[in-house]
Write a protein that binds this ligand. Sequence first.
Ligand SMILES: C[S@@+](CC[C@H](N)C(=O)[O-])C[C@H]1O[C@@H](n2cnc3c(N)ncnc32)[C@H](O)[C@@H]1O
Length: 320
Amino acid sequence: MDLGLAERYLDFAEFARLDSPSFAAWAEGVAHDPEVQGWLADLPAIKQQPNLVFAAARWHGAETPAAYDELRRVLFGQEDAVKATIRERATQTNEVGRLATLVPAFAAVPGPLALIEVGASAGLTLFPDRYDYSWPPLGELVGSGGPRLTARAEGPVPIPAAHPEVAWRGGCDLNPLDVTDDDAMAWLRTLVWPEQADRLARLEAAVEVARREPPYIVRGDLLAELPGLLAEAGRHGTPVVFHSAVIAYLESDQRDEFAATMGDLVAAGECRWVSNEAPSVLPGVASTVPAERLVGRFVLGLDGRAVGWTHGHGHALGWL
Ligand SMILES: C[S@@+](CC[C@H](N)C(=O)[O-])C[C@H]1O[C@@H](n2cnc3c(N)ncnc32)[C@H](O)[C@@H]1O
């Protein structure tokens, strides 16, 4: 039995237990099933991850939520097709709910804004002006005519009086997803865990919003693409470079380079900077927040200084 693989699946089962009982059961099943571990063995290690394997099984008809046998049925019944999908595709997310935590930071910047999202995925969070927001118990921002996003507010969150005025929006990603591509959007939907109905509904609504004005997202590394995006954005409004759950994907020296670049750009008045990342990823931004506030949270930064902390999917926002 491959202990490394079993352990990875057991870890995932723990991680998924609260949000997706059926994925937790599937992962536990794999961890105790030498036959399925044998099935996985000829895939590259990076392709053996539960999120990808389970999504591929669902892509080929595994019903969810369902007990573990349903996973086995599809893995063994359609081995070649499922493995081809695993080899061809990758896991990717785009969580529009994070806008409810970003908008109060955008509101601190006088408009009109030229939004540059690095690591934009499908660009769903490039439309802060197309949603209504609730920040219970503090307040709300309505009138966009779009779907409503909610984040529980903790502390003195500055509730914006108006939507940000967005004069330009664009971004970059190593693998941009095209919101007009039905196949890409169906795969993005498949990557949402089975019991996360709210998340799926949010994603579907956000794809509809973005499809009305498909966002401009260039393919490339954020460090390489930033100068070109800044030059373009600066012609339209105050450039605001922002990112959520992206910098963790960079090697440590690239993280340092990115933080230093952003610090220099802000100091030179070239742009503003809104960051929303795990505390360890941009330690310079996180350093001003008491560590106990940040357990299981992202740090929301404005121009390199922490202004608050956020739930990773945007369900809560605390303000310093
Ligand atoms: C977890 S997703 C977050 C997407 C989006 N920011 C959100 O909040 O939903 C991370 C994204 O960062 C992109 N990414 C990772 N490293 C990158 C890099 N060096 N340059 C540009 N994009 C990158 C990935 O392709 C992926 O789309």
